[in-house]
Design a protein around this ligand. Structure first.
Ligand code: SF4
Ligand code: SF4
Length: 93
């Protein structure tokens, strides 16, 4: 189930990035963009879920430390019990 969701979203991202027929222009790539500190309870599940070591715990909250390494697999989002993690298109650096 997890792989199916990831595949669908990546395909959507690539389709939107190439499309000019509907005037939709999206620059950048899909990646983790924010962890809501008010929703985050500091359980650390997302840190364990991320195989790319994107998220770390700081002062009892999860924070994004290596956004450029995010592969948009959505494991952290699906495992977070508080729905604190959100995604968006981020510019390539
Ligand atoms: S899984 Fe959710 S609640 Fe737990 S540390 Fe990560 S962002 Fe916070
Ligand atoms: S989407 Fe995947 S790679 Fe990106 S931060 Fe979450 S678990 Fe890590």
């Amino acid at each position: 189930m997890r792989n199916l969701v990831c595949l669908q979203r990546v395909q959507w991202q690539e389709k939107c990035g190439e499309s000019d027929g509907n005037k939709m222009v999206i620059k950048g790539r899909l990646a983790i963009r924010e962890i809501d500190p008010y929703r985050c309870t500091g359980c650390g599940v997302c840190v364990q879920s991320c195989m790319n070591d994107v998220i770390r715990m700081k002062r009892g909250k999860a924070v994004i430390v290596y956004q450029e390494d995010c592969g948009a697999c959505f494991a952290c989002e699906m495992d977070c019990p508080r729905e604190a993690i959100s995604f968006g298109f981020v510019s390539e650096s």
